[in-house]
Design a protein around this ligand. Structure first.
Ligand SMILES: [Zn+2]
Length: 267
């Protein structure tokens, strides 16, 4: 599936992408990106630059990955989770009616993806007789936002996204809540993206609940399991860490089964 938005470079919009095959080396690099980055947006940029073989016709450098709009980055992070073998899985929720905690299954393939709207990646706002244009925020914007005080963020972002920041001057002297809201709504209307909330019902009381889905689950997987697998194989076959990490994942798992069997632990 193509990117729901796409990268616009030199006036051309491209939506193609491809991941590298999964190896232990990639899994470990992704886990470390999640563990070591200063912020979630930075971790996403690192992870996607590692995982993508190609992005919009060229190499997936960090600046190009950071230049993707937020919806495309969330889409790719969910696709990355699928690529790593997680087609969805069990999600946790706490019922808003009775307080019960419950798990519910979800298949990513069942969730719709919203394509970008007309004018992508820009939207127009008519405010006090002026026509203002704003672009959708990117990963690079998010990386800066992560380091700003929360109170400054909306106005900083408004200037950052404006096609002509000078035109904002007379409007943005006041807090500009109207303009921020209008720009938000106009950008929302054209923003591509994945579903971040689902409706589910509580198994205890039957009450309806809206549950938020973390689009960045692939970052939270950590390296513990992988390192345990490397340890098991290294202890048995005495291969180097690099050799084991370079095995395709399916083969690594076959070796783990063989080791289990050799120990008489397999069922
Ligand atoms: Zn309930």
């Amino acid at each position: 599936m193509q990117l729901p938005g796409g990268l616009v470079e030199n006036g051309a919009r491209r939506r193609d992408w491809a991941f590298h095959p999964v190896s232990g080396a990639l899994e470990l690099a992704l886990a470390e990106a999640g563990e070591q980055a200063a912020s979630t947006p930075e971790a996403v940029t690192r992870a996607l630059a590692l995982a993508l073989d190609r992005l919009a016709g060229e190499a997936a450098t960090r600046p190009r990955v950071a230049g993707l709009c937020v919806g495309d980055r969330q889409f790719l992070m969910r696709e990355l989770d699928r690529h790593l073998g997680h087609q969805g899985g069990w999600f946790q929720a706490e019922c808003r009616q009775c307080g019960a905690r419950f798990d519910f299954p979800l298949d990513y393939a069942d969730l719709p993806v919203q394509e970008a709207g007309e004018g992508y990646p820009q939207a127009q706002v008519d405010m006090d007789g002026r026509q203002l244009r704003f672009r959708l925020p990117t990963g690079a914007d998010q990386e800066i936002l992560a380091g700003l005080p929360e109170a400054e963020a909306p106005r900083w972002l408004l200037r950052q996204l404006a096609n002509d920041p000078e035109a904002l001057a007379p409007l943005a002297q006041t807090p500009g809540q109207d303009l921020i809201a209008a720009a938000d709504a106009a950008l929302d209307a054209i923003a591509p993206g994945i579903v971040l909330r689902v409706q589910t019902s509580c198994p205890e009381c039957g009450g309806g609940n809206e549950v938020e889905l973390d689009p960045y689950r692939a970052l939270a997987r950590g390296s513990d399991n992988l390192l345990r697998e490397v340890h098991q194989i290294a202890a048995h076959y005495h291969w180097s860490e690099a050799d084991i990490l370079n095995l395709p994942r399916a083969r690594r798992h076959r070796y783990l089964q063989l080791i289990d069997r050799a120990r008489g632990m397999a069922e």
